[in-house]
Write a protein that binds this ligand. Structure first.
Ligand code: PGA
Length: 240
């Protein structure tokens, strides 16, 4: 997740300069790059023949219409994305997105047959108030109900557990904290008979702490922000 960090030029340079290494990494792991909207077609052009995937960082809860500044899921699909992040805490915080907005966005993503990377997680205040499970449940409920109601429980979805207090702070959740949250998410999804999901962790992942978190058996992958801007760092994370 490059967030609002790379220019279009540095996004292109990143994939161009590290292309062969990126190809090697895709033999080991699925890699989804989420650039800024304007960089998407340029990055895509560079990686067309590879197994790398591209994702949007968010999308509109609406299909189309007079929503200035919004980008629809169908536009992302047309641009060549196969994934889209949804419910990132930075979007929830800055744009005041609530769980209903996030569910509507996810519905648009499913409709376009893109794979949502749904971000969920508690703030420090919520953790201190022992509300972690309650918050996670609230953040999953709308989407699980939608999948159940529309009989889409086989649609692929990635769930990224990202404690808000661990994002971009250098503070990382302990394995026990992550395990508890991941177990809860896993059980919740199973209760809704959601079948095709990947569980991820995000929040201050880097090459020094990733080995420890990889020990958690149910973690399938990572949502990496800051460390993904440095290719050598990203390479070490994938290879550790
Ligand atoms: P970070 O960001 O790795 O910089 O903490 C993670 C994210 O926001 O998804």
């Amino acid at each position: 997740n490059w967030k609002m960090n790379q220019s279009i030029k540095s996004s292109i340079d990143f994939v161009k300069e590290n292309y062969n290494d990126l190809l090697e990494l895709t033999k080991k792991s699925s890699i989804i790059i989420c650039p800024s909207f304007p960089a998407i077609p340029f990055v895509l052009q560079e990686i067309q023949k590879s197994d790398l995937d591209i994702g949007g960082q968010t999308c509109s809860p609406f299909e189309q219409g007079p929503y200035t500044g919004q980008v629809s899921a169908s536009m992302l699909s047309e641009a060549g994305c196969s994934f889209c992040i949804v419910g990132h805490s930075e979007q929830r915080a800055f744009l005041k997105q609530n769980d209903d907005d996030v569910s509507l966005q996810a519905e648009q993503i499913f409709k376009e047959k893109l794979i949502p990377i749904l971000c969920i997680g508690e703030t420090l205040k919520e953790r201190n108030e022992k509300k972690v499970k309650k918050i996670i449940e609230k953040q999953l409920l709308g989407i699980c109900n939608f999948l159940k109601k529309t009989k889409n429980t086989e649609s692929p979805i990635c769930i990224a557990y990202e404690p808000v207090w661990a994002i971009g702070t250098g503070k990382i959740a302990s394995n026990k904290e992550i395990e508890e949250a991941i177990e809860f998410i896993d059980t919740f999804l199973k209760k809704y008979k959601i079948k095709n999901y990947a569980l991820m962790y995000g929040g201050s992942i880097n090459s020094s702490n990733v080995k420890k978190i990889k020990k958690i058996k149910k973690i399938d992958g990572f949502l990496i922000g800051n460390a993904s801007l440095d290719f050598q760092e990203l390479k070490k994370i994938v290879l550790s």
